[in-house]
Design a protein around this ligand. Structure first.
Ligand code: GDP
Ligand code: IMO
Ligand code: MG
Length: 428
């Protein structure tokens, strides 16, 4: 059972990093297959807290080979800064492999990300400003710069010329910014070439061979289902395939190599940036969830929008991704509420929707239909078996399981590595 995909069910920050880390000592490879340094994974190991953006969480597990797949957009400055910071804390980063086909984020992508957002005004997406969207736009537009281009200066120069040609018109004439010269970009990129060269590989081939040999490969998604460019709340999404299908295209292995699809879902909901969010709270309960759950962005520090659990979203994610197992995180944060609302359907102008409406306008106007569950007061962070949980917490979990269409295999009861209740082994 070697190919395991880990993806987010909601709008990100469900605790994917911790889930990957949980499998760490039984995993041989961890692959990041989409996104870039817009992701922010916090992993707590003992007294140490690690915040990773571009590097896959698996880099923290000795013995694991971390891979940055072809579907990722790599900002080389961030890559080396993150590697350096980990090395300074004694983490062995020497095994990292980077796909020759991954695309690069450069200065002009970061600039365009910021100025485009400013021009969108109230239609802003609320991006992380890391150049993610413009780098993927260049990839699809066939004017992207790939990792392998760094090793042929002639080609690199031609490609940068091609990429900057239209962009400089845009930057100068529309956005009123200075033009960017080909030389400054080529020089910047070449300055990374020697350090990057030993890390670069045909990662699709490596992973295929690893799977053939029976190795355990974890494909760690960034972002989440509702931020996926195809299946999320477009246009309030990221620019990559954050769903399970992206694990195949973003790492260069066939979909039949993916044996288990693990969806990570929070016991309530959060979202960073703009876009529809039916269960969003603007009251004291919202403030309580935000402060207890420490819901502030790992990447941008922005306070996350918070709301109750939305069952149709999990059902949708189960269907879109083919989820076989759910990891329900942060159940501990719900301790202390008298009653816990769960969204079971939506009301749109008097019409009931039991599933996520396909029409974006409907979803924007959806108000939640709630079912209420009795809360529990006990601190559950010490629970390690399902029976250790208060009966009402067990009932809450079982109700979510019934509504989601798949089993809840692991329950998170605290940030620490071992703060979990395992009902079904994810590797069985
Ligand atoms: P990711 O982007 O999906 O990897 O998630 P983030 O790291 O951005 O956010 C999840 C946060 O929740 C991190 O700070 C984790 O340490 C923390 N966390 C994960 N699981 C649990 C849990 O079960 N309980 C609590 N209290 N915190 C958790
Ligand atoms: P992890 O992996 C939460 C959101 C941004 C914005 C939208 C587009 O930690 O779950 P982008 O910079 O990607 O073009 O921004 O997507 N976003 C995230 N929200 N968690 C993330 O990653 C996110 N990555 C992007 O806030 O709304
Ligand atoms: Mg995050």
């Amino acid at each position: 059972m070697p190919g395991i995909v880990i993806i987010g069910v909601q709008w990100g920050d469900e605790g994917k990093g911790k889930a990957t880390d949980l499998l760490g000592d039984r995993t041989d490879w961890v692959v990041k297959f989409n996104g870039g340094n817009n992701a922010g994974h916090t992993v707590v190991i003992g007294d140490e807290k690690y915040a990773l953006h571009l590097l896959p969480s698996g880099i923290l597990s000795p013995g694991v080979t971390p891979v940055i797949g072809n579907g990722v957009v790599v900002d080389p400055e961030v890559l080396f800064a993150e590697l350096e910071a980990l090395r300074a804390r004694g983490v062995d980063t020497s095994k990292l492999r980077v796909s020759a086909n991954a695309h690069l984020i450069t200065q002009y992508h970061r600039t365009l990300d910021k100025v485009t957002e400013r021009f969108l005004g109230k239609r802003q997406i609320g991006t992380t400003g890391r150049g993610i969207g413009p780098a993927y736009a260049d990839k699809i537009n066939r004017v992207g710069i790939r990792v392998q281009d760094l090793f042929d200066e002639n080609i690199l120069r031609q490609k940068v010329e091609g990429a900057l040609d239209q962009k400089n018109h845009l930057l100068v004439k529309v956005f009123n910014r200075r033009a960017i010269t080909v030389d400054e970009i080529v020089d910047e990129l070449l300055s990374y070439a020697a350090r990057l060269a030993p890390l670069v590989d045909d990662t699709g081939l490596l992973l295929s061979d690893a799977l053939d040999a029976g190795d355990v490969v974890v494909f760690e998604g960034g972002q989440a289902t509702m931020l996926d460019v195809d299946h999320g709340t477009y246009p309030f999404v990221t620019s990559s395939s954050a769903t399970a299908g992206g694990a195949s295209t973003g790492s260069g292995i066939g979909p039949n190599r993916l044996d288990r699809i693990v969806g990570i879902v929070k016991a309530y909901t959060t979202r960073v940036g703009a876009g529809p969010f039916p269960t969003e709270l603007f009251d004291d309960d919202g403030d309580t969830l935000r402060s207890r759950g420490f819901e502030f962005g790992t990447t941008t520090g922005r306070p996350r929008r918070v709301g109750w659990y939305d069952a149709p979203i999990t059902r949708y994610a189960t269907r879109i991704n083919g989820i076989t197992d759910l990891v329900l995180t942060k159940l501990d944060i719900l301790s202390g509420f008298d009653r816990i609302p769960v969204c079971v359907a939506y009301d749109v102008g008097g019409r009931r929707f039991d599933e996520v409406p396909v029409n974006q306008t409907d979803f924007h106007h959806a108000t939640p239909v709630y079912e209420y569950f009795p809360g529990w007061k006990q601190d559950i962070s010490g629970a390690r078996h399902f029976d250790d949980l208060p009966t009402r917490a067990q009932e809450y979990v079982l109700a979510l399981e019934r509504m989601s269409g798949t089993r809840i295999s692991v329950i998170g009861v605290g940030p620490a590595r071992d703060a979990v209740v395992v009902r079904h082994d994810l590797l069985d």
